[in-house]
Design a protein around this ligand. Structure first.
Ligand code: GDP
Length: 312
């Protein structure tokens, strides 16, 4: 089977405050994705204003980093159990998860909740024991706790073989050895590239995309964010939007967006495996499938139980 070796899609999952944001910012910095004049406080470019304005809840954010020849898409994931549907949908967009656990605090309720979702989707987690710099850090014990939690949650044999990296996101360091730290996070980048399966390369097949989240852009209106499951799409293409009730609406793809660093940027074309956003059809909803007009085939329904769709 052909795969896209130039791409990895992962979700980052953790209990609140265990260091997801700090870790992603550090990966961005170290991958050199930032231009000198860009600042990390662009993360403050939260979707909160849009949420307030439109009554849509947009919690997930996609960050992309280029490491060598490989692009790594990192989906941030809400930890809170109220967003079970969204977490599940994100798990269907990615091929692996990075589970971040505080090396002092250990496994917490949201660690359990998000790990359970990842295991259910048969994703193989990679474990980052973060905050290894803390005086009270107890990495060996916490790894045992993580293993116990995997077993309790019914992990399969492959999932139980999770690789572990010990890190201090705040210092930008990591290592496979709990008793020392390298002065960068190369080991973590390599762990992602070596352990997360590359997406299947079926660019030649008919295009198929599923809307996992909604976003909004003041110029183009509502945007569907999701994964290209197969095929290729270009700006200007005619496409069919298949709603979950089976109705179909044809439209023209007015814009495509990819992700770079913390920003969304316009692209001309997207291919199997890419995480993108599509604009051009206003009544797009989570769960809808987009495909060629002449090859309509919808993807399975998605679970939607959070207030994402209560549009005002
Ligand atoms: P998130 O809620 O998982 O996104 O967590 P944040 O990245 O916002 O981090 C929560 C807090 O932990 C912040 O005060 C960070 O500065 C701190 N923090 C993150 N990583 C580390 C680390 O490696 N070591 C220490 N000591 N603190 C950290």
């Amino acid at each position: 089977m052909k795969v896209r070796n130039d791409l990895r899609n992962i979700a980052i999952i953790a209990h609140v405050d265990h260091g997801k944001t700090t870790l992603v910012d550090e990966l961005l910095k170290q991958a050199g994705t930032f231009q000198d004049h860009e600042k990390i406080d662009e993360r403050a470019m939260d979707n909160n204003d849009i949420e307030k304005e439109r009554g849509i809840t947009i919690l997930a954010k996609n960050t992309a980093v280029n490491y060598g020849d490989t692009r790594i898409n990192i989906m941030d994931t809400p930890g809170h159990a109220d967003f079970g549907g969204e977490v599940e949908r994100i798990m269907k967009m990615v091929d692996g998860v990075l589970l971040v656990v505080d090396a002092y605090e250990g496994c917490m309720p949201q660690t359990r909740f998000v790990l359970k979702k990842a295991l259910e989707q048969k994703l193989k987690p990679l474990v980052v024991l973060n905050k290894i710099d803390r005086d009270m850090a107890r990495p060996e014990e916490v790894v045992d706790e993580v293993l116990d939690l995997f077993i309790e949650l019914g992990a399969d044999d492959e999932q139980l073989e999770f690789p572990v990296v010990y890190a201090s996101a705040i210092n930008g360091t990591a290592s496979e050895d709990p008793n020392k730290q390298d002065d960068n996070m190369e080991v973590l980048f390599n762990m992602i590239i070596d352990n997360v399966p590359a997406p299947i390369d079926n660019r030649e097949e008919p295009f198929q995309f599923q809307v996992t989240m909604l976003d909004y852009n003041e110029y183009v209106g509502r945007i569907g964010v999701g994964r290209v499951f197969r095929g290729t799409i270009k700006t200007g293409d005619q496409a069919a939007l298949i709603k979950s009730d089976g109705t179909v609406k044809n439209f023209r793809v007015t814009k495509l967006f990819g992700f770079m660093g913390l920003k969304r940027m316009e692209i001309d074309q997207a291919e199997a495996g890419d995480l993108i956003a599509i604009a051009g059809v206003e009544d797009i909803m989570v769960g809808d499938t987009i495909c060629p007009v002449e090859h309509q085939e919808s993807l399975p329904l998605l679970r939607i139980d959070e207030p994402t769709l209560q549009m005002t």
